[in-house]
Ligand binder design. Structure first.
Ligand code: PLP
Length: 414
């Protein structure tokens, strides 16, 4: 029997008292034999005691029965419930990857002829989907500078259904004014969809007015770079619609997470608050030091960041400003040389992705954002020499700082 953990208190809307890690802590799970971890449901299909229950479950008229694991499974529901608690949403659906969360959400919300407004500084895969793939189904997207709310307003048409943003954007770390954008969305009956992958725990978009929150679990939430995964958090009705056997995008497109993996992601989720605090502490330390040294650092925790105050108006303070920072090494050659040297000295890995215990870095212009054409990269301020860092959990960050600085000095970057 799955314990129903859906009883949540939705009157709690005050961001000052909403603590996402406490919400996870407050959940209680028992395994089938009293284990401290929930039992893993190692089954693709489920038996029914009565034939009628099967029919009712198919028709969506019976709750509490499992049918088939592409639809739902106990392990996936447990993870979904923990993530819904974390975001303060009514419900959540876990998916095989972040893209497996993003694309069904947009396909569920939009039909042929509909229009999406999206931030132009978004994950490369999302950008490619909106730009190249969605138009094949008659869904058009206008890309805007999300820091300019008037650009969003100007782009709204009577066909617009979705406003799509990242709370902290990839890779330029622009911060979206979720409160202001949610007001615009409400006034025009748009669904505000927020990809919160860069800022789990630090920003709680649903508490700020977002309708749907998406994460790539691949990154900070799982944190061990051993799997891809995703989640969609939203209202019960929307999450159920995604799983509908007749027209649910998650059910029909099929990006389902495996139960074994859902169980392992849930176990990692329990240390997320400790990890995020350390990622943030280390990133802030490096950002401040390197800025003092004269580098042009992009980090929301620095007063020099254009949306520093905005971030402070939205964040759950104890988790800090997050683990992502970026800076321009001057040219692609310098960026490449620095990344190779830092890897050689074991200060991190030259790899895409983020949220690992080890620092990860890449030059997004030629890697994670290479789906975005060069002219558009230039327009959005994405320079060739930009390096994106996901700062790791280094125990002695001062030691790391000194070693990184040494690399930069050897390459005449500092
Ligand atoms: C990685 C990432 C995604 C895609 O997630 P996958 O798990 O790789 O499919 C989406 N959005 C952001 C911001 C990401 O960093």
């Amino acid at each position: 029997m799955l314990i129903n953990l859906c009883h949540r208190n939705f009157t709690q809307k005050n961001i000052m008292t909403f603590n996402p890690a406490d919400k996870i802590q407050d959940l209680q799970y028992f395994g089938e034999f009293g284990g401290v971890n929930p039992s893993i449901s190692d089954s693709s299909t489920y038996t029914f005691l009565a034939a009628k229950s099967m029919t009712d479950t198919f028709e969506g008229n019976l709750e509490g029965c499992y049918l088939y694991s592409r639809h739902s499974s106990p392990s996936n529901l447990y993870l979904g419930e923990a993530l819904a608690a974390m975001e303060g949403s009514e419900s959540a659906n876990v998916c095989a990857s972040g893209m497996g969360a993003i694309t069904p959400t947009l396909m569920q919300l939009c039909q042929q002829g509909d229009h999406i407004i999206s931030s132009r500084t978004i994950y490369g895969g999302t950008y490619a989907f909106l730009k190249n793939f969605a138009p094949k189904f008659g869904i058009q997207t206008t890309f805007v500078d999300i820091t300019k709310v008037d650009q969003v307003m100007d782009a709204i048409t009577d066909k617009t259904k979705v406003l799509y943003i990242e709370s902290v954007s990839n890779p330029l770390l622009e911060v979206a004014d979720i409160v202001a954008l949610s007001k615009v969305a409400k006034a025009h009956q748009l669904q505000l969809v927020v990809d919160n992958t860069f800022s789990p725990l630090t920003i709680s978009p649903i508490q700020l007015g977002a309708d749907i929150v998406i994460h790539s679990l691949t990154k900070f939430i799982n944190g061990s770079s051993d799997t891809v995964g995703g989640v969609i958090c939203g209202k019960d009705a929307f999450i159920s619609s995604l799983r509908d056997v007749n027209d649910g995008a998650s059910m029909l497109l099929g990006p389902v997470m495996d139960s074994l993996r859902a169980a392992s992601v849930l176990k990692n989720l329990r240390t997320l608050h400790i990890r995020i605090k350390k990622h943030s502490e280390n990133a802030l330390y490096l950002a401040e030091k390197f800025e003092q040294d004269g580098l042009k650092i992009i980090y929301p925790g620095l007063p020099s960041h254009p949306q520093h105050q905005l971030f402070k108006s939205m964040y759950n303070k104890e988790y800090g400003f997050g683990g992502m920072l970026a800076f321009d090494a001057g040219s692609l050659e310098k960026a490449d040389a620095l990344m190779e040297l830092m890897q050689e000295r074991n200060l991190g890995y030259l790899a895409v992705s983020l949220g690992f215990y080890k620092t990860l870095f890449n030059a997004p212009g030629t890697a994670t954002s290479s789906e975005i054409p060069p002219e558009e990269q230039k327009e959005m301020g994405l320079t060739d020499g930009l390096i994106r860092f996901s700062i790791g959990l280094d125990n002695d960050i001062e030691r790391t700082y000194k070693a990184m600085k040494q690399c930069m000095q050897e390459l005449n970057i500092l």
